[in-house]
Design a protein around this ligand. Structure first.
Ligand SMILES: [Zn+2]
Length: 264
C-alpha cells in the first residue's frame, strides 16, 4: 500500500465509522420518537375512555352513585363539548340533580311523596318578572304552578281518555314525571298553541332568562325534551344557569347531555 493509498484507506474507514455513528444516532432518534408516539397514543386512549363514561340515561336511584364526577375534558376542547362531558350528578331521596339543577323529565321522575309546593324563590322571581312585564303594558299570570303527584295523575288520565296514550305522552306527563311537581315550573297565561303568537309569549321568550327562567320545551326540540313546543311553560333554574343555558342555544337535556325517554 502506497502512502497515498494508506491515507485513502484511513480516510475511508473514518468516513465509514462516521456514517455508522450517524446511522446509530438516527436509529436512537427514531426509537425515541416511536416511544413518544406510543406514549401519546396510550394517553389518548386513557383520556378517551374516561370521557365516554356518561351519566346514566335512566334515573334508577339505587344504581346512580350519590356523587359522580366525570373527568374534566382537556383545555383545548370547545366549550360546548366540555359542557356535555363534565357534569356532577347527585341523587337525593330519589331526586336527581345535575350540576345542582333538579331534573324532572321522562327519564328522571320524582318520588310520588315529593310534595314541596311552589318554590318560594321561583315565585318571587315570577313576581319580579310580572311587575316588569306590567310596566311594559303586559299582564302575566300563573295558570298552573305547583301540581302534586295526585293532581298530575288526574290530568294525565284526562288526556289519555280524550286522545289516547301516545297523544297524552306528547303533551302531558305521567304522574311522577311532571316538572310541575318540582314546584319550579309554571304555565303562564294560556296553554293554547296560539299563545306563541302573542305579545306576552314574545316578551317571556325575550326576558324570562333575566329572572332565572328558561322556556323548558322549545320549538323543534320535541325529539330531545320529549314534549311538544310549549311557549307558556317556564322552568326556574336560577339566573346564572338560565343565562348559560340560553347562551348555549340548547335545551336543558342537550345542555346537560341527558335523555328524556320513558323506560317502558
Ligand atoms: Zn307546564
Amino acid at each position: 500500500m502506497s502512502q497515498n493509498n494508506q491515507y485513502n484507506y484511513v480516510y475511508a474507514r473514518r468516513v465509514h465509522s462516521g456514517r455508522r455513528r450517524k446511522r446509530k444516532r438516527i436509529g436512537t432518534l427514531l426509537l425515541t420518537l416511536f416511544v413518544i408516539l406510543l406514549l401519546l397514543l396510550l394517553f389518548y386512549i386513557v383520556l378517551n375512555k374516561n370521557q365516554t363514561q356518561s351519566v346514566p340515561a335512566n334515573a334508577d336511584a339505587s344504581a346512580v352513585s350519590m356523587l359522580k364526577t366525570v373527568t374534566e375534558p382537556a383545555a383545548s376542547e370547545p366549550v360546548t363539548e366540555s359542557v356535555e362531558s363534565s357534569h356532577i350528578t347527585q341523587v337525593i331521596d330519589g331526586r336527581t340533580y345535575i350540576d345542582g339543577i333538579l331534573i324532572v323529565n321522562k327519564s328522571y321522575p320524582l318520588p310520588a311523596s315529593y310534595d314541596p309546593g311552589l318554590d318560594a324563590e321561583a315565585q318571587s322571581a315570577f313576581e319580579r318578572m310580572q311587575k316588569d312585564a306590567s310596566d311594559d303594558g303586559l299582564f302575566l299570570y300563573i295558570t298552573s304552578g305547583y301540581r302534586s303527584y295526585a293532581e298530575q295523575e288526574v290530568q294525565y288520565g284526562i288526556h289519555v281518555q280524550n286522545k289516547g296514550k301516545d297523544y297524552a305522552d306528547r303533551v302531558s306527563a305521567r304522574p311522577g314525571f311532571s316538572e310541575h311537581q318540582s314546584g319550579l315550573s309554571m304555565d303562564i297565561n294560556s296553554t293554547e298553541d296560539s299563545f306563541a303568537d302573542t305579545k306576552e309569549a314574545r316578551w317571556i321568550a325575550e326576558n324570562c332568562v333575566k329572572y332565572g327562567f328558561i322556556i323548558r320545551f322549545p320549538k323543534d326540540k320535541e325529539d330531545i325534551t320529549g314534549y311538544a313546543y310549549e311557549p307558556w311553560h317556564i322552568r326556574y333554574v336560577g339566573i346564572q344557569n338560565a343565562k348559560k343555558i340560553s347562551e348555549s342555544g340548547l335545551c336543558l337535556e342537550e345542555y346537560l347531555g341527558i335523555s328524556s325517554v320513558y323506560a317502558d
